[in-house]
Write a new protein. Sequence first.
Length: 226
Amino acid sequence: MEWRVCVYNLSATDRRNYCIRRTAESQHCPGEHFTIFHNNWLAGLLTLDLLGMIAYLLFIPLILALYVVLRRCSEAVTLIGTILFFVGIAAFFATNTAFSILTLSQQYIAATTDAERAMFLAAGQTMLTLFNENAFLVSYVIVSVAWVMISAAMLKNDVFNRIAAYAGMLAGAAGIVAVVLEHASAMQAILTVSIALYFAAIVFLYVWVLLAGLRLYHLGSIRTVP
């Protein structure tokens, strides 16, 4: 396994990045991320799955509402699906160090000595190592399984139409297959199919969220009418 050490001058007038880069894994230097965060903190967070964090948080009320409605007819499946959903997002947030890297980038910019900058770079490298993109894929698969199970429970419930249920099942299935294909082969054709499945999963997920959300809103409106 080839290791490559990149060390640059860390003078006050010409601060550059230093890192230990493992070429087989193509890890980024923390200094590169610090620069992105310094130029635009939002862009820095976006490079470290900020949208994924927001999306998972927005899913929480929907999943809980579905559990309340579906547990009456498919309690076991709904409960397992709900638990898997929270296990999946917990795995994602546990390994996402975006805000820690943001804090380190601010401390790095404010550092006044080479020793301080080197210390923050080393800490940044540790945070980037903890931020493993494979952890997101694992959480994505777990959450996709949860979508399939909850959507399967929707099929047994007269509250939701079949289109919504099948959309959720297809979203979860497409996401799982996409992850498997992405890591099963490096062939361009397979990767193209994997990307197409990711987009299909997003489309099906939008349909599922829209239809399920509208139905839940309608149920809530009916119950609040005096």
